[in-house]
Design a protein around this ligand. Structure first.
Ligand code: NAD
Length: 483
């Protein structure tokens, strides 16, 4: 009788989720692969030299231009922005740093279309505001170009399916530029996981907790336009619109889309207490400033999302950009034999059964030893150079080196279109759950069952010599590489 009840409960729960998802207009699963087949573990043909065109060179795009200009075998051939001054600024920087060629300029709101359709390049590197990521990536793929797209790469489930199906049909990779996958602690956790040090991983936590009040208030940075579009997104939406920094590294470590998959989620959000009143009702804002609207933001301060995987693991992802809290991605991996978390870095492992004591983390000295001993080889080999180049403590440069290395050596990129879709789709799904009283929402299986056939991401490296990079050839003073 009890078993019958359980089965019935399970059926009702599942049926409810499917009906809710269908009612919400989300396409849960498509029937099968397009003519191209799966893009998991797909290696693009070897590219000797990689020609890159940038779209969107504000704050983030400009730092990407600087980093990529330092990678041997990668040529910046085009710069595109809707604003002429952004293109000019980057042209000037490249010329001032003796860049050997002059990229072609594409200026205007629609200029990316010409670049994607006709530009002489292999890769489109997109760092526009979020709403343009998917349209630029689609245009790039249809124009025969590899799409590298900043986070969050797509804002709806349908946009994600479009990218999946187009990448498959065109047989061209589409990668989300999730730099946090290459952070020291995230890589350490991956390394520990692959060595079996966590035992079986049962739970993970990640976050984007970043006090951005200065950026989205008018006293913020003048060098970019982030506050305008980011604030626009926060005004209109609830849910987690920036889930990937916390979630993607967890997915890589847990083998999401590779042995497991995100099954369903529930999302809960508080109100926009900080986001509304403290910062945006200032007298110095112009009358037509969108931040004067009352109440200005839909988005609450803290969004907490819980995800259950098909294999029964749990994941918590948080988003808060308006509270006076120190930065945190949490980065917590917990298994049957141990736990690691960051902010601050802490760890504890069951060395012998119960000898650790239930209430103790390893002391700082022991934790530092673990951090050193199990450091991911990629971080060990490249982080010194990457830190000098800069970009979030070096992880940005490691990310750029990795996609370049993979494309130069015909290896699959570290993140594929399914990883992009499974994580970016949370924008729409978390908002749906929040707006429906935190009800469960199913996450589509973008791999259409292929997650059962693919091995988890391994412990990867870069052969710097093969890339023509000498780790010692870094000038600390101007953070540039003498290559
Ligand atoms: N991965 C990270 O750590 C990280 C860090 C910062 C920003 N980002 C992401 O990078 C992206 C850009 O952020 P940002 O801070 O540089 O914003 P930004 O506003 O400074 O830059 C956006 C640029 O896109 C340009 N743009 C807008 N519409 C365009 C169009 N139609 N065609 C061509 N260019 C267009 C703007 O003129 C601007 O120069 C965002 O998606 C953001 O989330 C990621």
């Amino acid at each position: 009788m009890k078993a019958q009840m359980n089965r019935r409960d399970f059926f009702m729960g599942t049926a409810w989720m499917v009906m809710a998802a269908l009612a919400a207009g989300c396409r849960l699963n498509r029937l099968g692969f397009g003519e191209g087949g799966s893009m998991q573990n797909f290696a693009f043909r070897k590219l000797g030299r990689i020609r890159v065109g940038f779209v969107g060179i504000g704050g983030r795009g400009t730092s990407a231009v600087h980093r990529v200009s330092m990678i041997p075998g990668v040529d910046i051939v085009a710069l595109c922005d809707k604003n002429q001054d952004r293109v000019e600024l980057n042209m000037k920087w490249l010329a001032g740093n003796n860049y050997p060629t002059v990229p072609k300029a594409y200026v205007g709101e629609e200029a990316y279309k010409e670049l994607c359709d006709f530009g002489e390049c292999d890769v489109i590197y997109c760092a526009t505001p979020w709403a343009l990521h998917q349209p630029v990536a689609m245009r790039a793929l249809l124009g025969g170009k590899i799409a590298l797209v900043e986070v969050t790469s797509a804002l709806t489930v349908d946009e994600c399916w479009e990218l999946v199906e187009t990448s498959e049909r065109m047989k061209i990779p589409c990668m989300q530029l999730e730099n946090c996958v290459y952070g020291e602690i995230e890589l350490l956790e991956l390394n520990l996981a692959r060595m079996g040090k966590f035992g079986e991983i049962v739970h993970a936590e990640g976050a984007y907790i970043h006090d951005l009040r200065e950026v989205i208030s008018s006293t913020g940075k003048k060098s970019n336009t982030e506050w305008i579009w980011r604030y626009g997104e926060n005004m209109l939406h609830k849910g987690n619109r920036y889930p990937t920094h916390g979630l993607v590294p967890i997915c890589q470590t847990l083998g999401i889309n590779r042995g497991d998959r995100l099954d369903y989620l529930v999302s809960l959000e508080n109100g926009p207490h900080n986001a509304n009143y403290e910062y945006f009702k200032k007298e110095f804002l112009a009358d037509d400033d969108p931040r004067k609207k009352d109440p200005p933001a839909e988005m609450g301060d803290m969004n907490t999302t819980l995800i259950k995987t098909a294999k029964g693991k749990s994941i918590m992802v948080q988003h808060d950009v308006s509270s006076p809290r120190p930065y945190s991605r949490i980065s917590l991996i917990s298994g049957t034999k141990g736990i690691v978390r960051d902010y601050p870095f802490r760890c504890a492992f069951e060395e012998k059964c119960f000898d650790r004591g239930a209430h103790k983390w390893f002391d700082d000295q022991k934790a530092a030893k673990i951090r050193e001993k199990y450091m991911h080889p990629l971080w060990r080999d490249v982080s010194d150079m990457a830190r000098r180049v800069g970009g979030h403590g070096g992880m940005d440069f490691i990310m750029d080196l990795r996609w370049a290395y993979c494309l130069q050596n015909a290896e699959p990129l570290d993140m594929d279109v399914y990883d992009l879709a499974a994580t970016s789709c949370l924008c729409e799904l978390t908002e749906k759950s929040v707006r429906s009283g935190s009800r469960p929402v199913a996450v589509p299986d973008f791999t259409r069952g292929n997650w059962r056939n693919v091995e988890p991401w391994g412990v990867v490296g870069i052969d710097l010599g093969k890339m023509g990079l000498d780790a010692g050839a870094v000038s600390k003073d101007d953070a540039s590489l003498n290559v």
